[in-house]
Design a protein around this ligand. Structure first.
Ligand SMILES: [Mn+2]
Length: 431
């Protein structure tokens, strides 16, 4: 007998990977983990009868010749497995540890393990037939782990795998129903408590939300992680830390929306793990206040300050005087080559003039008028220490593509442009 196993607290990527591996290796039995997330349990109540999953208890009493671990590098052993049973790991997480010689790792960093398996299914010769329900479950696996193909880390290969599943008849209305699973009443109550108690922190000038709460007495709360996305949607912080006292233990769920906030490192410092943007930790001992203090003490080590205007700006930009004629300004601009110039008089910023403004004035025969008549007036500016979100907001409200940078004394010290922001796209994202 061969078995396919996955991690406990199984999500749709785990369940879909069990199915995908079974389609590839029909002799291997897909065994359900003991604990399943709520949306999976509901899915299986409705559709499990048409799918090949088995409970560990229903396996035949036979030795296991090979185990395939999907979406996980460890699994609860089932009856018939021995420490020396050969294991093949198919996983989208990087190899976590030195593996024994009888373990083989076949992993690649896609958004979902399901994508890896779907790629193999799509290459099968002769072509493999999938039921619409199977295609739908596989699509649920890819969508859940990739945030519907939107999380950082989603690759073109994940999209191609999802596209292939749509061609095989995957049903999006079903996918939507199970990904938009409503919170349970206990989850909703905890959500309200977390929202009420949330604190807005500034750590190295990054907005971080910390929400601590105790679960109600005797109230079993599962999947605190399901509360992370709705809380992120509320405040859009660079980092979100949810800390819940569950009676017997404490649980931390951490999310980051910026490469400059590393919640994986933070969770690891506190005895947990994960990756830079999503991580968790559990403390079996200690109280909420003590864990919160440890969290706050460790946090600054994993937060980098945001990129600032000073890191991007061109210093000492050429300026133009408001008394120049438009024709003179045009000649200067042609020589200098930039798209926009601060207009400065006696050291004071009066506004901005762009190539487009000058070209338009010339088309209207206004060569001889002073520049003052064609410029965009107003003290629109940012400070060198402003974070990029302030710069973006200023560009949006002013509609200007070039923003003068002035220091605390009001002196013009630089200019920052839309192309400076675009250049950043290649290196950086997040707030
Ligand atoms: Mn996964």
């Amino acid at each position: 007998m061969q078995v396919i196993l996955s991690h406990e607290h199984a999500d749709f990527d785990a369940l879909a990977s069990l199915l995908g591996a079974h389609k590839l290796f029909p002799d291997a039995l897909p065994v359900l983990p003991r604990s399943l997330n709520r949306n999976l349990r509901d899915f299986l109540v409705l559709y499990g009868g048409q799918l090949p999953f088995r409970d560990a208890a229903s396996l035949p009493r036979e030795p296991v010749e090979r185990a395939i671990f999907v979406d996980s590098q460890t699994a609860q052993f089932v009856r018939g497995m021995r420490p020396e049973t050969p294991v093949c790991i198919i996983d989208h997480h990087a190899r976590e540890r030195e593996l024994p010689a009888h373990y083989r790792y076949e992993g690649e960093p896609l958004a979902a393990t399901t994508s890896l398996l779907v790629e193999r299914l799509a290459r099968c010769e002769p072509a493999l037939a999938l039921e619409a329900l199977e295609a739908t479950l596989l699509l649920l696996g890819i969508y859940e782990d990739s945030g519907r193909l939107s999380y950082v880390g989603t690759t073109a290969r994940d999209l191609r795998a999802a596209a292939w599943l749509l061609e095989q008849g995957a049903r999006l209305e079903l996918v939507d129903e199970f990904l938009r699973h409503p919170l349970s009443p206990a989850q909703s109550r905890l959500f309200d408590r977390l929202r009420a108690k949330a604190e807005a922190l500034q750590v190295h000038d990054q907005p971080i939300v910390l929400a601590c709460a105790s679960a109600g007495a005797g109230e079993p709360i599962e999947e605190i992680s399901a509360l992370a996305q709705p809380l992120l949607d509320l405040w859009q912080p660079a980092g979100l830390l949810i800390l819940v006292d569950l009676g017997g233990h404490l649980q931390l769920v951490a999310r980051s929306r910026s490469d400059r906030v590393d919640v994986g490192g933070l969770a690891e410092r506190l005895g947990g793990g994960g990756h830079r943007r999503a991580a968790a930790a559990v403390a079996r001992h200690g109280d909420l206040a003590g864990f919160r203090a440890a969290l706050l003490a460790a946090l600054p080590d994993f937060v980098q300050p945001p990129i600032r205007v000073a890191d991007l700006m061109r210093p000492d930009p050429e300026t133009l005087s408001p008394e120049l004629s438009i024709a003179e300004a045009e000649t200067r601009m042609r020589a200098l080559g930039h798209a926009g110039y601060p207009v400065v008089e006696a050291g004071r910023l009066l506004g901005l003039i762009t190539r487009d403004d000058v070209d338009r004035a010339i088309r209207h025969d206004r060569h001889k008028q002073p520049l003052r008549e064609a410029m965009r007036p107003g003290p629109v500016s940012v400070h060198p220490e402003d974070p990029l979100r302030r710069l973006r907001a200023t560009m949006l409200t002013s509609g200007w593509g070039q923003i003068p940078v002035v220091d605390a004394s009001g002196a013009l010290v630089g200019i920052v442009t839309r192309s400076d922001l675009l250049r950043l796209w290649n290196q950086e994202d997040g707030p």
